[in-house]
Design a protein around this ligand. Structure first.
Ligand code: ADP
Ligand code: MG
Length: 331
């Protein structure tokens, strides 16, 4: 891909030190985000998805050790930013929303106050202007009667409506990158679909790039342009949504695809969950972290980490079993 990325991460490593142990949460991750795209990061819980993007946001706790060759955001090296420089970018050009909107909202503060504060923090405007912009943002994210809603407290909003508020807050400064970490996981299926639709709609309106983190492969199909599959702190496979869904290469990707609930399953056919558990990241296995659960694993897989094989300019996977396969050949 020759397009200029707005975010380019090269060889990111994150480890945590606690109680004399070292957790290797992210190991050599490369990632690009292009303007106006939605990149999905998919993997089971504990794969390192949140840690990767929190490293980009600069919001990991003190016991995290971050190393990377490069973390370029719109031409700026994030690794060399001073804390005050980082704070200026965060919330304005670079912003993140989480699974539980309640943690980001102060229960004692009205919704209007929340919006007013983020808007005023990052742009020079009067209180009245910030208020009006807040009303406009609530309207935009599909909250009915926004003027009245501005005067209410977070607990007066449903889960889905609270997530809309957070999206409104995140987009009020027109960021170039929005990171949405499991934004729909706590919501029921219908509301989940509405929030995903809203993200797509907002991406189109503002041309904001979005990184959508999820453990649910079913969530990304209709939403993402590209998908990175993460496991054991590594990106196992990365490709366009079509490449991942129609021509998956990695056994882990294939296993995730088999675990999506489908309407077309015959009676008696069962949804397949992936047997086994993700490996401990305290002493990650020498070889492929998925080897213990992989039906195709050989001796080699347990001892050596494979190099990436490139199937197309946009499609790569890290698996010895992919060696003989060619790009676009289906599974
Ligand atoms: N503050 C922390 N201290 C120690 N270990 C952590 C911390 N945050 C995350 N981890 C570990 O890093 C690994 C990756 O976590 P995370 O990125 O949150 O996974 P997920 O893919 O579910 O988002 C997990 O093993 C987790 O236990
Ligand atoms: Mg997470």
């Amino acid at each position: 891909m020759s397009k200029n990325s707005i975010l380019e991460v090269k060889n990111l490593n994150v480890s945590f030190h606690s109680r004399g142990q070292q957790v290797k949460a992210v190991r050599g991750v490369d990632l690009q985000v292009y303007p106006g795209e939605i990149l999905g990061i998919v993997g089971e819980s504990g794969s390192g998805k949140s840690v990767t993007m929190k490293a980009v946001m600069g919001i990991l706790p003190e016991n995290a050790k971050i190393q990377a060759d490069k973390m370029d955001f719109e031409g700026r090296e994030l690794l060399s930013l001073r804390p005050d420089e980082y704070r200026k970018i965060r919330g304005k050009e670079l912003t993140m929303i989480f699974q539980d909107p309640m943690t980001a909202l102060n229960p004692l503060k009205k919704i209007g106050k929340h919006l007013e504060e983020v808007i005023m923090r990052h742009s020079k405007c009067s209180k009245a202007e910030a208020w009006n912009k807040g009303v406009e943002m609530l309207r935009l994210v599909g909250i009915p009667m926004p003027e009245e809603r501005m005067k209410q407290y977070p607990h007066e909003f449903s889960g889905g409506m609270r997530q809309r508020v957070l999206i409104a807050m995140a987009l009020s400064c027109e960021p170039s990158l929005l990171i949405a970490d499991e934004p729909t996981t706590a919501l029921d299926v219908t509301i989940q679909a509405q929030i995903l639709d809203l993200l797509v709609e907002m991406k189109e309106k503002y041309n904001t790039s979005i990184v959508l983190i999820t453990h649910d492969m079913g969530v990304v199909a209709n939403v993402c342009n590209r998908i990175a599959i993460m496991y054991g702190g590594l990106i196992m496979e990365c490709g366009t949504t079509d490449e991942i869904f129609y021509s998956p290469k990695h056994p882990y990707t294939k296993a995730l695809l088999r675990s999506i609930p489908r309407l077309d399953l015959e009676e008696g056919e069962r949804l397949q969950s992936i047997p086994g558990l993700p490996p401990s990241l305290v002493n990650p296995p020498a070889g492929c972290p998925f080897a213990q659960r992989c039906q195709q694993a050989t001796e080699l897989c347990h001892t050596l980490l494979p190099e990436y094989k490139q199937f197309s300019p946009s499609h790569k996977a890290m698996c010895f079993a992919c060696e003989g396969q060619e790009g676009g050949a289906g599974k």
